[in-house]
Structure formats: structure tokens, C-alpha cells
Design a protein around this ligand. Structure first.
Ligand code: CTP
Ligand code: MG
Length: 223
């Protein structure tokens, strides 16, 4: 079975408030998206790395020098789930039981070790799985600005990416449940239980301006 990566990168970055998509903001001297692309292209087990761009994206820098594994698909949709579903459909020569690792363009601090741990832990799984971290904080559910309830954090995890599923199963899951915020959510809606693979907080999603500084610090302190 082959392994492919699919990177949805058709978002507008509204919470970043930069006036342009966050995937093209500079991070450690390079466009943010380039970091995850370099990592995924460096994983020997991954044969091709697909990037899903918005059809009207005029900022994509090309990155032709990066790797022959890189393939650009201009079929992003209105939601992340739609971008992923469109990308799955546009991938060429893929079999139902091939693996697809879906990874947010915005998770720039992903390492080859993160990816290889996921592939090792999920590669023989019948359902698939994802990187995640156990919740550390005490959680409160709000009602009108006040605490309505404390939610026990025991057994709660924060989902990250990559999320690794077979092409056929994931396509079927996303076709049935489009209002999900990650691939695991779509697969869960089929009654299946994806495997949680422990990662760490350095695999953060750059969402707000502060996250750019955190990501920059993480990248600088790794070298
Ligand atoms: N994404 C996508 N297509 C969309 C929306 C999001 O491909 N219609 C991608 C983003 O480009 C990003 C990933 O999904 O790589 C995770 O989404 P998120 O962090 O929410 O990014 P944005 O949607 O761009 O940001 P925001 O929600 O703040 O607008
Ligand atoms: Mg979004």
C-alpha cells in the first residue's frame, strides 16, 4: 500500500487578520506553508505530496525546486472538509486501500519523527488514526460568560494533524458528513474509532498572530 500526503491550503486565515492567507506569511524566513511541505517531502515512505489551493490563489510561489514529489491541485472548497474531499477526488492513480495523510498547511512545526511515528502506529490499523495530545488544562463549559460546568479532562485529547486514513474510507466518510472539522470526525460519523497517537504541543496550528512567534521559537530552538 502506498502513502500519500494531502495538504489543504485553501483557507483565508481570517483569525490571523493579516489581510492575506496565513500560509504565505513569512515564518523563519520562508513562507509558512513551505515548512510542512519540506517535512512531508522528506519522509521516505510518502510517495507524493498534494497541496490543495483555492482555485483563485495567485500567491502560490511554485516551490518547484523543493521535490519531484510535490503536486499542486487547484480545487479548494468553501470549507476545509470540502477542500480535502475535492483533493482526494483529484489525486491520480490512487487505490482505495492506499493511505492518505491529511495535514494542515498551518502546522508548520511538524517533524519527520512525528510523521514516522504516526505511520508506524497506524500503518497496520484497520481504521486509521491521527496525532493528538492529552488535554492539560481544566476545562470549563461557558453559559452566558459564566461557568456552566467543569468538563473532566480525563481521557480528553486535542486532535492534531496529520490524520491518516485509507483513500476509499476517507472519501466515503467525507461524502457522508461534510460539517466536520477534521477527517477523524467524518470517520467517527461512520461508527468507527480512529486510533489516537500521542504527539506533543510543538505540532501547533498557527491560527492567531501569537502562534507565529511560538512557531518561530520552536523552529529556531530545534536547530
Ligand atoms: N483550509 C482549506 N480550505 C478551506 C478552509 C481551510 O484548505 N476552505 C485549510 C487551511 O488553509 C489550513 C487548514 O485547512 O491549512 C486548517 O484550517 P484553519 O487553520 O482554520 O485555516 P483558515 O481556515 O485559513 O483560518 P481561519 O479559520 O482563521 O480563517
Ligand atoms: Mg478555518
Amino acid at each position: 500500500m502506498a502513502c500519500y500526503a494531502l495538504i489543504p491550503a485553501a483557507g483565508g486565515g481570517s483569525r490571523m487578520g493579516a489581510g492575506r492567507p496565513k500560509q504565505y506569511l513569512p515564518l523563519a524566513g520562508r513562507p509558512l506553508i513551505r515548512h510542512a511541505l519540506v517535512t512531508l517531502c522528506s519522509v521516505p515512505a510518502i510517495e507524493r505530496v498534494y497541496v490543495v489551493l483555492a482555485p483563485d490563489d495567485e500567491s502560490w510561489p511554485g516551490f518547484d525546486e523543493l521535490s519531484a514529489k510535490l503536486h499542486v491541485l487547484r480545487c479548494g472548497g468553501a470549507t476545509r472538509a470540502e477542500s480535502v474531499a475535492n483533493g482526494l477526488r483529484a489525486m491520480a492513480d490512487v487505490r482505495d486501500d492506499d493511505w492518505v495523510l491529511v495535514h494542515d498547511a498551518a502546522r508548520a512545526c511538524l517533524t519527520v519523527e512525528h510523521v514516522e511515528t504516526l505511520i508506524r502506529e497506524v500503518g497496520a490499523d484497520p481504521v486509521g488514526g491521527l496525532l493528538a495530545v492529552p488535554v492539560a488544562d481544566t476545562l470549563k463549559r461557558e453559559v452566558d460568560g459564566r461557568i456552566g460546568a467543569t468538563v473532566a479532562r480525563d481521557k480528553l485529547w486535542q486532535a492534531q494533524t496529520p490524520q491518516m486514513f485509507r483513500h476509499g474510507l476517507l472519501s466515503q466518510a467525507l461524502a457522508a458528513a461534510r460539517d466536520v472539522t477534521d477527517e477523524a470526525g467524518a470517520v467517527e460519523a461512520l461508527g468507527l474509532q480512529p486510533k489516537l497517537v500521542a504527539a506533543d504541543a510543538t505540532n501547533l496550528k498557527v491560527t492567531y498572530p501569537l502562534d507565529l512567534h511560538l512557531a518561530e521559537w520552536i523552529l529556531a530552538n530545534r536547530k
